[in-house]
Design a binder for this molecule. Structure first.
Ligand code: CP
Ligand code: NVA
Length: 309
């Protein structure tokens, strides 16, 4: 760490197991006593810089910041000079003069890394092509609420080895969970993410297994997780991805291989008939709206933690 440099949340690889545990405890505390941190962001302005659409992330951060007494600015991408070519390194240094933190959703992960490098204030990753850490925090909070503890929990992720999968892998490794991913050739999670997470899992007692067969991954799991087959910015890959990922759809037959008390998870937005059937996402095992609801409390915990240092 560079002396006096701010902490950021660009991926969960920056956290230790204790950091994750502390963040989840803080999120649970704020959830059970929403007034406990009233005023934590009083007088502070947070820039929300999103170059992709968002419902949950945008609204949960906006609501969390309002509850904590802060103010949000959400310029449309074309309204900042960044959209006319002002360099990220200049934008980042300017924003640091006015804002207490920046929440960024963008395409290339390298862009948010550059933003953070030049920033004098914390930068939070609200989704890049490589990571979605805020989603995974809400996911593991939801799992902890459901099962009491994360350690040793068996989770299956089925489908595209994408940003959501990467952050779930990192969260699972930190929490000592056993993650089995079923992804077709060409759509497996990035080797760099898996290799790093396996080192962490080696210390926490967790494991990461990458398989091809969805049935093998799901058998005996306590949770079955999937995400869109075609992520934002991938419309030109749509036909190829649907062809490769079609047999990874989560349906009743696949869910029946998991434990009887298993839950179905999805970060949303969902594409019914593609990665999941309507019956599963609307069925009794689905906890997708609990995950979405918990985005509010984990967003609040991230900001309180980063801005109280
Ligand atoms: N899950 C999630 O990040 O949703 P949004 O794209 O709506 O923010
Ligand atoms: N993988 C999806 C997640 C959306 C929340 C995407 O990047 O579009």
């Amino acid at each position: 760490m560079i002396a006096n440099a701010p902490d950021h949340l660009l991926s969960l690889a920056e956290l230790s197991p204790d950091d994750l545990d502390g963040l989840l405890a803080l999120a649970a505390e704020i959830k059970s006593d929403p007034a406990a941190h009233d005023g934590a962001l009083r007088g502070r302005t947070i820039l929300m810089h999103f170059t992709k659409p968002s419902t949950r992330t945008r609204l949960s951060f906006t609501a969390a910041i309002a509850r904590l007494g802060g103010t949000t600015v959400f310029p449309a991408p074309g309204e900042l000079q960044l959209g006319r070519g002002e360099p990220i390194r200049d934008t980042s240094r300017i924003v640091s003069c006015y804002c207490a933190a920046v929440v960024v959703r963008t395409h290339a992960h390298a862009e948010i890394e550059e933003f953070a490098w030049w920033s004098a204030v914390p930068v939070v990753n609200a989704l890049t092509d490589l990571h979605h850490p805020c989603q995974a925090l809400a996911d593991v909070l939801t799992l902890r609420e459901r099962f009491g503890s994360l350690e040793g929990l068996e989770i299956a992720y089925v489908g595209d080895g994408n940003n959501v999968a990467h952050s779930l892998i990192e969260a699972g490794a930190l929490a000592g969970m056993h993650l089995r991913l079923a992804c077709p050739d060409g759509y497996r999670p990035a080797a760099v993410v898996i290799d790093r997470a396996r080192v962490v899992a080696g210390a926490t007692g967790g494991s990461i297994t990458v398989l091809e067969d969805p049935a093998e991954a799901v058998t005996g799991a306590s949770a079955v997780y999937t995400d869109a087959f075609v992520s934002m910015g991938e419309d030109d890959l749509r036909d190829a991805k649907l062809a490769a990922l079609g047999r990874y759809q989560v349906d009743d037959a696949l869910m029946a291989r998991a434990r009887p008390d298993a839950v179905f998870m999805h970060c949303l937005p969902a594409h019914r008939g593609e990665e999941v059937t309507d019956d599963v996402i609307e069925g009794p095992q689905s906890i997708v709206f609990d995950q979405a609801g918990n985005r509010l409390w984990t967003a609040a915990a991230v900001l309180v933690r980063l801005l109280s240092r």
